[in-house]
Design a protein around this ligand. Structure first.
Ligand SMILES: [Zn+2]
Length: 322
């Protein structure tokens, strides 16, 4: 039984993989999240596990899941996901009943930091942070060699840290002033609209925002910034300020040696997201600043981590408290 199954469940996509303890993937499946009920969602997950196992899940050591949203890690359920309408999904219980193999459910960025530690830029590093900036913002944090979890497994929810004390923008979770509401893929359009109020000038992106508001997508803001649009560059610069301050908070809390950054928005635009953080963050830190880089594992970091977390020996090493 040298193999296991990993699942990366995001807001829009589910990825499943069969692979080994070195993170080598043998078979993979990627599907859009089926819209509908909790039952349909669970059926899709079960089907994808079967697909990568070619119908014989009895031969795998276990199933590891990395999922966005607020979890109950001991029940192995997704309690609330701000990017879908689904809630209270008992994944661990359902997968274990279906396949009679152990299952573990972790936050997707927690899975990613485990992959970073085992097969990525964090090999040999005992204090490590992975930040995912995509539709939302999440983190996985290893302190003194152990993944931190908290009472329900949500100790790393840095995206919902309040970075704007005046609370000018509402987050997808319902809170106000949260980091994710300003600089994630879903936040950038809201932040751009907010900033457009105080920006003189016409034409280009600001005109689009004045006519379409938040319907402008983050990728349009980045694309305009690459073309030299002055308002787009201003939004990206302000977003970089917030990212740097928020990440300095994370550094001051957890004292990492290495920080890697992934997530769709970052991986597509490293020069406008990670490079400014590398320049702006160090002077904002109280603690000695860590090295900061784009994850070498790309968009597969959460999937690889989910796969690795399915192996008991990896779990007992990195999350012995689970
Ligand atoms: Zn929030």
């Amino acid at each position: 039984m040298g193999y296991a199954v990993g699942l990366d469940i995001g807001g829009s996509w589910i990825r499943a993989a069969l692979g080994d303890k070195e993170g080598k993937i043998l078979r993979k499946s990627v599907r859009r999240v089926a819209s509908g009920s909790e039952d349909q969602f669970i059926s899709q997950v079960i089907e994808m596990v079967r697909e990568v196992c070619r119908g014989d899940p009895g031969e795998v050591e276990g199933v590891g899941v990395g999922a966005a949203g607020r979890l109950d890690i001991r029940r192995g359920s997704i309690e609330f996901s701000p990017h879908t309408t689904l809630s209270r999904i008992p994944l661990k219980e359902t997968i274990e009943a279906e396949f009679r193999r152990p299952a573990v459910v972790l936050n997707d960025c927690v899975a990613a930091v485990m992959a970073e530690r085992m097969v990525g830029a964090g090999r040999g590093v005992e204090n490590l942070v992975y930040i995912g900036i995509g539709t939302g913002i999440g983190a996985g944090i290893i302190v003194d060699g152990r993944v931190i979890l908290g009472k329900d497994g949500n100790a790393h929810e840095v995206g919902h840290m309040i970075v704007d004390l005046d609370g000018r923008i509402a987050c997808s979770c319902g809170g106000i002033g949260h980091w994710e509401a300003y600089t994630s893929g879903s936040g950038i359009p809201k932040y751009a609209r907010y900033l457009s109020g105080g920006f003189a000038g016409a034409g280009g992106l600001i005109e689009r925002i004045r006519s379409c508001g938040e319907k402008v997508l983050a990728k349009e803001v980045f694309s305009a910034a690459y073309d030299g649009d002055p308002f787009a560059r201003f939004v990206i610069e302000e977003a970089a300020e917030i990212n740097s301050k928020a990440l300095a908070n994370v550094v001051n809390l957890y004292d990492p040696q290495t920080v890697t950054i992934g997530g769709g928005l970052t991986l597509k635009n490293p020069s406008l997201t990670v490079d400014p953080i590398i320049r702006k963050m160090p002077p904002l830190c109280f603690n000695v600043p860590p090295s900061v880089s784009v994850t070498p594992l790309g968009e597969e970091a959460p999937l690889l981590g989910a796969l690795l977390s399915a192996f008991g020996s990896v779990r007992s090493r990195l999350i012995p408290q689970l």
